[in-house]
Structure formats: structure tokens, C-alpha cells
Design a protein around this ligand. Structure first.
Ligand code: DGL
Length: 284
């Protein structure tokens, strides 16, 4: 099942553009690795769907990424991780899979006031993963939660600093500030793209935690443990053409994602279109 070659790529997926925040962190820490990014924009947002539905999408995507020769899968989505991480590891034994979880532990370690805020989707809060994080790490702190309704869709549409995202964030964060939070956890990979807005609302005294760099470090560790680090000297030769190290797929509108790549990560790159056929992904 697993691609043997260390020269294989890392498959990264999310419901949409959020996982690009994780991909960026991986690129910074592992510049020689080739990455394949898949945005399931036909189904975005995941956060309001059932865990079973999201699990089935995650399985179809993982199957596609492995068929493409990916050597490691990054579930760059808290919602998909909550819904499927455990399941994917059972269905694809031997495949290294790295997932996301809201950074409750670092937040609990860091808070001075004993009150922390978590912004994540409804599905993430409903999952067992989140419940177990609270049980293990949040016994001595108060954790306040908000699902920021509509925020993922606004970010997908490229609205990163307008009135609408500000309104959603104000209504999530003001009550948390009144209760004394000094740490905010970004429990959805879309949210790092609106960190400036979040920081402007909470002020400089509140720490905003983006878990992406820690996830990238975990990817590096797992690659090393499995002897899968890309041989650096081959780093520029990818997908049959030199210098193409990053490849993008969407189940939604390829042109729209192309625009968002430029806006969010400053990258001009082609985007390939995928279609769902039942529970499988097909190209074209
Ligand atoms: N970026 C995702 C997450 O981390 C998914 C958001 C959504 O599709 O609702 O949860």
C-alpha cells in the first residue's frame, strides 16, 4: 500500500483552502519535499456535516492520494481528523498519517489566567478526539468554545478582513475576553489566514496559537522515523518536470482555487480538477 520510495510526495488534504496553512509550514521546514495538495471544495464546509459523512470523504481522498504514490498523508483539517484519523489508520495500516488536533495542551500550559478559548467547527467539538484532549489536558483550566458559524465559507470566498468575518469573530471572542482568556487556539486550519483580524480583536495580550508549525515538525519526525525523507539532491526533479514540487487538486472550481493560491500563499500554479464518482475520486 505505502509507496516505498522516499522520493514520493506528501499528500495533504482539507475541505478547502485551510490546509494550505499547514502546507506552508511543511514547505518551510521541509523545502526538499514534494507535496500534493487536495481541496475537497465540492464538500466544503465539512464542519457542519456528520462525522460519518466526513469520514467517507477522507477515506476516498486518502485512497486517491495513495494511488498517486504519496508516502505520507497529512489530514490538514481538524474536522476530518476528528472524524477519521483513527479509522484511516485502521483502513490503511502501515501508511504514515499525520493529523490535526486543537492545541489544547499548549494552551493549558501557557495560560496565566486559567481561561483559554478554542475556535473550531461543530464537528470537531463533537468528536472523541476533542473530548479526550479536554480530559487529558484541561482539568485545571476553563475552556471556552465557539464554532464561528459561516467563517469557513467567508475565508473560502477570500473574505479575510471584511465586516462579515469581523462580526463573526467579535461575537465569538468578546464573551471570551470578558471571561478572561489569555490564549486563543485556532482549531480550524482555515483560521491562520485571518490571524491579523483575530489578533486585532483580542489585542496583544492574548496569545493566538496556530498548530501548523508543530504539525510540520511532526511530519518531519514521522518521515525520519520511517526513512522517508526525500533525498535532497533530487528535490528539484518532480512529476517529470524539473522544479515542479507542488501540485494542486480540487473537487470544486479549479480557477477559483488558482486565485486563492495567489491570494493566500502568493503562488501561481495550475490546479487540476477531480470529480467524485460515488465514494471515489476520478481525474478530469
Ligand atoms: N479546515 C477545516 C478544519 O480544520 C475544515 C473546515 C470546514 O470545512 O468546515 O476543521
Amino acid at each position: 500500500m505505502i509507496a516505498e520510495a522516499a522520493g514520493g510526495q506528501i499528500g495533504v488534504f482539507d475541505s478547502g483552502v485551510g490546509g494550505l496553512s499547514v502546507m506552508q509550514a511543511i514547505r518551510e521546514q521541509l523545502p526538499d519535499e514534494r507535496l500534493l495538495y487536495l481541496a475537497d471544495q465540492a464538500h466544503v464546509p465539512y464542519g457542519t456535516k456528520s462525522l460519518a459523512e466526513v469520514r467517507s470523504y477522507a477515506e476516498g481522498i486518502t485512497r486517491f492520494l495513495l494511488a498517486k504514490g504519496c508516502k505520507l498523508i497529512v489530514v490538514a483539517c481538524n474536522t476530518a481528523s476528528a472524524a477519521s484519523l483513527h479509522y484511516l489508520r485502521q483502513v490503511f495500516p502501515g501508511v504514515p498519517i499525520v493529523g490535526m488536533e486543537p492545541a489544547v495542551k499548549p494552551a493549558a500550559e501557557r495560560t496565566q489566567t486559567g481561561v483559554v478559548g478554542v475556535l473550531a467547527t461543530t464537528a470537531t467539538f463533537q468528536g472523541e478526539l476533542y473530548a479526550s484532549l479536554l480530559e487529558r489536558f484541561a482539568n485545571d483550566v476553563t475552556v471556552l468554545q465557539d464554532t464561528c458559524p459561516g467563517l469557513v465559507s467567508l475565508i473560502e470566498a477570500g473574505n479575510l478582513e471584511g465586516e462579515e468575518p469581523r462580526r463573526v469573530l467579535e461575537s465569538a471572542l468578546r464573551p471570551m475576553l470578558h471571561q478572561g482568556i489569555d490564549v486563543v487556539v485556532l482549531g480550524c486550519t482555515h483560521y491562520p489566514f485571518i490571524t491579523p483580524l483575530i489578533q486585532a480583536i483580542v489585542g496583544p495580550g492574548v496569545k493566538v496559537i496556530d498548530p501548523a508549525p508543530a504539525v510540520a515538525r511532526q511530519v518531519k519526525r514521522v518521515l525520519e522515523e520511517n526513512g522517508l525523507r526525500h533525498p535532497a539532491e533530487n528535490g528539484a526533479v518532480a512529476f517529470g518536470s524539473p522544479m515542479v514540487s507542488y501540485r494542486y487538486f480540487t473537487t470544486g472550481d479549479a480557477f477559483q482555487l488558482q486565485g486563492m493560491l495567489l491570494k493566500l500563499i502568493g503562488e501561481r500554479a495550475p490546479v487540476e480538477r477531480l470529480r467524485w464518482e460515488g465514494t471515489s475520486l476520478v481525474e478530469g
